[in-house]
Design a protein around this ligand. Structure first.
Ligand code: ADP
Ligand code: ASP
Ligand code: MG
Length: 406
């Protein structure tokens, strides 16, 4: 059996028109002889009635309210995908298809107990395979699974991508299609950069690096899972026939090895970060990071010298982080609303002058670098949130990433 997993994101299932466009992609795949497993996200984005953020906002109306228990929060969030899948399945049925709709648990997705960010431990796809064998289209609720005790869990925000690739692996699918509201993976978020260029092929590693730095066009964990078994991913638009971006282990070499010589893949960004700096002689570095870990606060962008410790945390936990540091006797300097802008590309390793180029491109725009760091594939700079868009555009220009499809 040739199996294709087709995942449709929130905007792709938000309206009857977009659901119809999605259905057409499924029908085309069936005409090509594929057994199709559909994975859907909750409908729409923040503000739309059944979107995940809208469901969550039901419990933020009043600050005095007690926070929702993690288990209940997952039950609430899972409703978004449940509603979406039932509505979508009904449309398929009305067009004459045989359909079976399944929760994550019914689809055999077993996770650990980490509510809100559960990891998939195993997939038992028997029910899906039986339904496919019966020529049914299977519609699976993305983003959700269940632990050994049968409690509903969710896979972390953006986790429907993970459902799709994990099912792709479990079913040994020919490919996983990620349908979304852009025509493929671009050299930067097209919302920030008008002339961002679509990439026709990327490696798992390239897109994983971009996704971990905030390019939310696909969830990085979804890419890692597909990579384990070499399942090709195609990131495509629901609203066109554009083949989108093909993600594989090693894309076939273009003329003169152009793909492998790619220097910078793209520019990613992530907002809503708070920079915390502590200065003075003999700062208790280990006590600072132990303290953050004890309060489950994840830190990033860590820079340590004998005179200063600097790091970032999410804006949402800045207050508690600051308070805990003050309780320990520190006087942190806190800068909220920062953004991390990343230049990502396997080709940057060991190439002289890259940092100079970044510094110059930002200086020309009057953008201060608050902190920087680098690895063999990525150079990060921290900037003020208001400089995020200009910084992404300046770096996109500096590395000449605009142009036609590559
Ligand atoms: P979905 O609901 O379909 O999962 P997402 O909002 O999660 O959609 O992801 C698609 C969005 O990712 C696009 O609308 C785009 O703004 C954003 N994005 C960020 N970086 C990139 C990039 N490098 N290429 C394409 N899209 C990107
Ligand atoms: N609906 C979930 C979210 O908004 C999962 C997803 O869309 O992939 O995070
Ligand atoms: Mg998404």
């Amino acid at each position: 059996m040739k199996i294709l997993v087709q995942k449709f994101g929130g905007t792709s299932v938000a309206t009857p028109e977009s659901r119809l466009a999605a259905v057409r992609h499924i029908e085309r795949a069936r005409e090509e002889g594929y057994a199709v497993v559909v994975v859907v996200s909750a409908m729409g984005r923040k503000g739309d009635p059944y979107a995940t953020d809208t469901l969550l906002s039901l419990f933020q109306v009043d600050d005095a309210q007690r926070p929702l228990a993690a288990r209940d929060r997952d039950l609430l969030m899972a409703c978004g995908e449940t509603i979406s899948a039932v509505v979508f399945a009904n449309m398929l049925r009305n067009r004459g298809h045989k359909v079976q709709v399944m929760t994550g648990a019914q689809a055999g997705i077993l996770t650990n107990d980490d509510f809100g960010n559960a990891r998939i431990l195993d997939i038992r796809p028997d029910r899906i395979l039986t339904a496919l064998g019966d020529d049914q289209i299977v519609v699976v609720m993305g983003f959700q699974g269940a632990n050994e005790a049968g409690e509903i869990t969710t896979l972390g925000r953006g986790g429907s991508d993970t459902t799709a690739t994990a099912l792709g692996v479990a079913l040994e699918a020919d490919a996983v299609d990620i349908f979304t509201d852009v025509s493929g993976i671009m050299t930067a978020d097209p919302r920030l950069v008008d002339d961002a260029r679509q990439l026709s092929q990327v490696t798992y590693t390239e897109i994983c690096n971009l996704a971990y730095q905030g390019a939310k066009v696909i969830h990085p964990r979804a890419v890692e899972i597909a990579m384990q078994r070499n399942i090709p991913i195609r990131v495509r638009s629901t609203h066109s026939d554009d083949p989108g971006t093909l993600v594989t282990q090693a894309p076939p070499q273009l003329e003169h090895g152009a793909l492998f010589d790619r220097f910078v893949t793209g520019i990613a960004h992530s907002a809503n970060l708070t920079q915390i700096r502590l200065s003075g002689h003999g700062i208790g570095t280990s006590s600072i990071f132990t303290l953050m870990a004890e309060h489950d606060i994840s830190v990033d962008f860590i820079s340590v010298t004998p005179f200063e410790v600097a790091f970032t945390v999410g804006d949402d936990v800045a207050e508690i982080a600051t308070q805990k540091l003050q309780e320990l006797g520190y006087t942190p300097e806190v800068r909220r609303g920062c953004a991390k802008v990343s230049v990502v590309g396997a080709g940057i390793m060991g190439v002289p002058g890259i940092m100079a180029k970044i510094v110059e491109a930002l200086a020309v725009e009057g953008i201060d670098i608050l902190q920087s760091a680098d690895s063999h594939t990525t150079i990060w700079v921290l900037v003020d949130g208001e400089h995020m868009g200009p910084a992404v555009r300046a770096l996109h220009r500096a590395f000449q990433l605009a142009g036609n499809v590559a």
